[in-house]
Design a binder for this molecule. Structure first.
Ligand code: ATP
Ligand code: LTN
Length: 332
C-alpha cells in the first residue's frame, strides 16, 4: 500500500535571549510532538533578530544557545531539519522578491510593527517594516502545509497567505498556501507577577518569567513569589488568574486534569501548591538542562549538526526560489 505523504510543518523562533517556560509549553513542546506525525522543518530566525539592534558577542552566543536548546528539548535531526536561517541564502533572496509583492498598506497594518515602532522608537528601520515578507519567504520556500504560531504571529501568517495567493494568481501554482496550526495542547502561560499578561522574556521583572535554563533554586523562588489571590482554595475559576495560571502550568507538566489537581490540594494552602508546581517544573526542565549542558561542551559537534542541516534545507529552498524566479521572468 502506498504510504500517504506526510504534511509539512514549518516554524521558526528568534534567538533573542532566554527562552521561557512559556516558549517551551506554548511552542517548543509542540514542535517536538509534531515530529511524530509531520515532516518538520524548524529554524533559528537569526535574520529576523537584527530588526532590533543586537550586540555581536551576545548575538553570537544566543544563536548558538538557541540552536543547542532546540536540540535539548527534543528536536530530532534524524527526523526533522533544524537549521539557522542565515545559513540558507535563499531566505534573503526570496524575501526581496516577496517585498515587491507585498503592499505598503498591508505592512502598515501589522500590529507588531506598530508596537515595535513605539518600543524601539530610535530604530524604526526598513527591516522592521518588511519583517513579514522575510517570514513569508521562510514559510513559502519550504511549501509548508501548516505553520504552528502563537497568537501574536497570526497576522503575519495571514499576510503570508495573501502574498502566496497573489503570487499564485499571477503566475500559477508556485507556493503552497499555508494553514495556521493551533495545536490542541499548548498552554498559554501567564506572567507569575501579573497573571493577566503573558509570560514574556522581555518583561523587566525577572520574577515574572521562568527561563528554561533557570537554576532549580531560582525556579522555586519565582513560584513561591507567584501572585495569587486571597481565597486560599486551589480551584480553576474566573477571576483567579494567578491560580488558574499555576494550575495550567502544573497540568501541562504533569498531565493531570484540573479536577485531579483540585482534589490533590483540597484543604491545603497555596504555599503547598506553589511548591508542588515549582518542583514539577524543575523536574520537567532538569533533563533538558542536562542535555543542553552536554551539547554546549561540544561546539564542534553542534557546528557539524547545523551545517549538515543547512545542507538538507538548501536544495528545497533553491528549488522553490528557482521556480518563483522563472515565473517572474528571470533567466538562468
Ligand atoms: P517577547 O515576549 O520578547 O516578544 P516571546 O517570549 O513572546 O517574546 P516569541 O519569539 O514571540 O517569544 O515566541 C516564540 C513562540 O513561543 C511563539 O510561538 C509564541 O506563541 C510562544 N510563546 C511565547 N510566550 C508564550 C507564553 N507565555 N505562553 C505560550 N506560548 C508562548
Ligand atoms: N516571527 C516569529 C519567528 C518566525 C517564524 C517564521 C514563525 C520567523 N519566521 C516563520 C513561523 C514561521 C516570531 O518572532 N515568533
Amino acid at each position: 500500500m502506498e504510504e500517504q505523504k506526510k504534511q509539512r510543518i514549518y516554524s521558526a523562533i528568534q534567538p533573542s535571549g532566554m527562552l521561557t517556560l512559556g516558549n517551551y509549553l506554548g511552542a517548543l513542546r509542540n514542535w517536538v510532538a509534531m515530529q511524530d506525525e509531520y515532516e518538520c522543518i524548524y529554524t533559528v530566525a537569526d535574520l529576523h533578530a537584527i530588526t532590533v539592534r543586537q550586540t555581536p558577542a551576545d548575538f553570537r552566543r544566543q544563536i548558538l544557545e538557541t540552536y543547542a536548546l532546540l536540540l535539548a528539548v527534543g528536536v530530532d535531526t534524524s527526523r526533522s531539519i533544524l537549521f539557522i536561517q542565515s545559513h540558507v541564502a535563499e531566505h534573503s533572496q526570496l524575501a526581496w522578491l516577496l517585498n515587491c509583492y507585498t503592499q505598503f498598506g498591508e505592512l502598515s497594518r501589522m500590529t507588531q510593527f506598530k508596537e515595535k515602532s513605539i518600543s524601539h522608537a530610535d530604530n524604526v528601520n526598513a527591516g522592521l517594516f518588511t519583517y513579514p515578507a522575510l517570514m513569508a519567504a521562510d514559510i513559502l520556500l519550504y511549501q509548508a502545509d501548516r505553520v504552528p504560531v502563537g497568537h501574536d504571529q497570526k497576522q503575519h501568517l495571514e499576510l503570508t497567505r495573501d502574498v502566496a495567493i497573489r503570487f499564485n494568481n499571477l503566475y500559477g501554482d508556485v507556493f503552497t498556501v499555508p494553514e495556521p496550526f493551533i495545536p490542541k495542547t499548548g498552554a498559554r502561560v501567564k506572567s507569575l507577577q501579573d497573571p493577566t499578561q503573558k509570560m514574556s522574556k522581555s518583561d523587566a521583572n525577572p520574577n515574572a518569567w521562568v527561563a528554561i535554563l533557570d537554576k532549580p533554586d531560582d525556579i522555586m523562588r519565582k513560584f513561591k513569589r507567584a501572585v495569587t489571590d486571597s481565597e486560599s482554595c486551589v480551584r480553576y475559576a474566573e477571576g483567579k488568574d494567578g491560580i488558574n495560571n499555576l494550575m495550567e502550568i502544573y497540568a501541562a507538566v504533569t498531565g493531570k486534569t484540573y479536577q485531579t489537581i483540585e482534589g490533590e490540594f483540597a484543604g491545603k494552602g497555596y504555599g503547598n501548591f506553589k511548591l508542588a508546581v515549582g518542583e514539577a517544573v524543575v523536574e520537567t526542565l532538569r533533563p533538558i538542562q542536562a542535555t543542553f549542558a552536554d551539547l554546549m561542551k561540544n561546539k564542534d559537534y553542534l557546528q557539524s549538526v547545523w551545517r549538515e542541516n543547512a545542507q538538507k534545507a538548501e536544495p528545497i529552498a533553491r528549488r522553490t526560489l528557482a521556480k518563483a524566479m522563472k515565473k517572474i521572468g528571470y533567466i538562468f
